[in-house]
Design a protein around this ligand. Structure first.
Ligand code: MG
Ligand code: CA
Length: 542
């Protein structure tokens, strides 16, 4: 099943009502307090319009050669610029894969200038990072509704000598705060936990609810090995995350190559469907996610305001400022407890104490602001009533969601409509059309058709056509992933009647053959692959 059904999602519009309201609340209630108490110097830069308006984002991370880039290519069903794949450090960039009318690459420095993109305040991480950050724009249907962030492979112990020149965990943390889903890939074939990985996990703390783990390449091991690796993974994750039981681990094999036959083949297939369904649902859950993150942030801001104003109040006016400051930093754990009791702020809302101590060292406490009751009242109003008022709006969306007739969970076959692209011809087919005179092309499949016809007639067509069920059964025997087969079906059922005639079937077999030979599928059928009887007549053209 493919992600492409994300397109034209009618729910994207409803979602914007809630996000507009969230934006208002942020600017009106939260931002003034953030500024007043220098929140941005301590925790995270301010939100901007693009942080609310952007499409759901997926952060894909993992150690080297766990299959991050391949996983993304699998999701979007195409290659993308800069997606060199290999076992050695290939992607050492953060790459945002986003939608664009034309294919192109925007470098990091330019990205932070673009007010339409949610990356403006990444410039805090400096040039060493920006040189390793880029955006790839693609006219791809999947990324029309979801943006995907590919990350540099996390270094294994042996390769740790290389320094990155920027704060890698901090960058991961920045993304973790803003994305809708974090996909963490592990290689079932060689599972290992490096210290850089452990440090990267630190950046994900607090966002465990967004984290989904994929044990990739599971078809390369037998069931017994898989069980051991799965156990080892859960044990290791349990040491890093305090709440390992909420982490969802998928057993998967996200390849575009044929999957190896193994005992747990069906398990992999089910898991893949689950994960893709989760990703397909991200756009409609985006508003809930944003609301969630805003509440999380508001609670941290409240704790932060109390900490800063407490420190200010403890500072002497003239003498011994420096020694008092160090004394206060030393006592920070005790201060946290005091504030929790005095102001009834839950302990879970507080930032990491050690990190806060480090950051406080560089600040002049006498410049801090005292507690401003009007600002705090405004913040309490946000948390107690404003957010609650948004709930009915969200619930309304839930109801609408329920009444949508199976748009996102329809059946594999027979429910697709064709879509028309203008680029990306099936690469290895000769006689690529350059003149635009489509009608003069021969049908590239013609010469193989007798062979394909044999299969067609052996499947007993009724009234000259094979039903979706019959074709699906036959296609499954190729061991290609369902998403690839769904794509091939979409390209082949040209008249969208949910059945294949002999020409459409020949085309399908031809595409499968190409895929098995290792070629990427075209996103839209190039003219030389369209059977003559299905080509548009000239007088229909604009
Ligand atoms: Mg990569
Ligand atoms: Ca058909």
């Amino acid at each position: 099943m493919s992600l492409r059904r994300l397109r034209n999602n009618p729910r994207m519009r409803d979602v914007s009502v809630v996000t507009e309201e969230l934006k208002n609340l942020y600017y009106k209630r939260l931002l003034p307090i953030e500024k007043h108490y220098s929140f941005h110097h301590f925790h995270s830069p301010s939100y901007e319009d693009a942080d609310f308006d952007n499409k759901p984002m997926i952060l894909v991370m993992g150690q080297y050669s766990t299959g991050k880039t391949t996983f993304i290519r699998y999701l979007i069903e195409q290659d993308f610029p800069g997606s060199r794949v290999g076992p050695e450090p290939t992607t050492d960039c953060f790459t945002a894969i986003m939608h664009g009318e034309a294919e192109g690459i925007i470098p990091g420095n330019a990205l932070t200038m673009d007010p339409m993109k949610p990356f403006r305040n990444l410039d805090h991480f400096g040039n060493a990072f920006l040189n390793r950050f880029q955006c790839v724009q693609l006219p791809n249907q999947v990324v029309e509704n979801i943006s995907i962030i590919d990350t540099p492979g996390i270094l294994t112990a042996a390769k740790r000598k290389l320094s990155r020149g920027y704060d890698f965990p901090a960058v991961l943390g920045w993304f973790a705060e803003r994305v809708d889903r974090i996909i963490l890939l592990f290689d079932a074939h060689k599972l290992e936990f490096s210290d850089e990985l452990t440090r990267a996990f630190g950046a994900l703390r607090g966002y465990e609810d967004k984290l989904h783990v994929v044990l990739n390449k599971a078809d390369r091991v037998d069931s017994q090995q898989l069980m051991r690796v799965y156990g080892a993974l859960m044990w290791s994750l349990g040491k890093v995350f305090l709440t390992p039981e909420i982490l969802r681990v998928y057993v998967g094999s996200f390849w575009s190559e044929p999957r190896r036959i193994c005992d747990h083949y069906q398990l992999i297939e089910l898991e893949e469907e689950d994960l893709l369904a989760d990703i397909r649902n991200l756009p409609r859950n985006a508003a809930v996610r944003k609301l969630n993150d805003l509440v999380k942030r508001a609670r941290l801001v409240r704790a932060h305001a109390h900490i800063i104003s407490y420190l200010k109040q403890e500072m002497p006016t003239i003498f011994c400022k420096e020694s008092k400051k160090h004394n206060l930093i030393y006592q920070l754990p005790v201060i946290f407890t005091k504030i929790q009791q005095q102001h009834r702020v839950p302990a879970g809302d507080f930032p990491n104490c050690t990190k806060m101590q480090e950051r406080l060292l560089g600040h002049d406490f006498s410049k801090f602001k005292t507690l401003k009751p009007s600002l705090m009242a405004s913040l309490d109003k946000l948390l107690s009533t404003d957010i609650a008022k948004l709930m009915p709006l969200l619930q309304q969306q839930e109801l609408q969601k329920a009444s949508l007739p199976g748009t996102l969970d329809g059946k594999f076959l027979g429910t697709f409509r064709p879509t028309y692209y203008k680029s990306d011809p099936f690469k290895e087919v000769p006689r690529e059309d350059e003149t635009g005179e489509e009608e003069l092309d021969e049908w590239s499949v013609e010469k193989y058709k007798p062979k394909y016809d044999e299969i067609f007639y052996s499947l007993c067509p009724s009234e000259g056509k094979l039903s979706g069920t019959v074709v699906k059964g036959w296609m499954a025997s190729t061991n290609l992933p369902n998403s690839v087969l769904a794509h091939i079906w979409r390209l082949s059922d040209l008249d969208c009647d949910g059945k294949l005639d002999n020409e459409e079937f020949a085309l399908a077999v031809h595409l499968i053959q190409g895929k098995l030979d290792g070629h990427w599928l075209p996103r839209e059928l190039p003219s030389h692959l369209v059977p003559p009887s299905k080509r548009p007549r000239k007088d229909n053209e604009e």
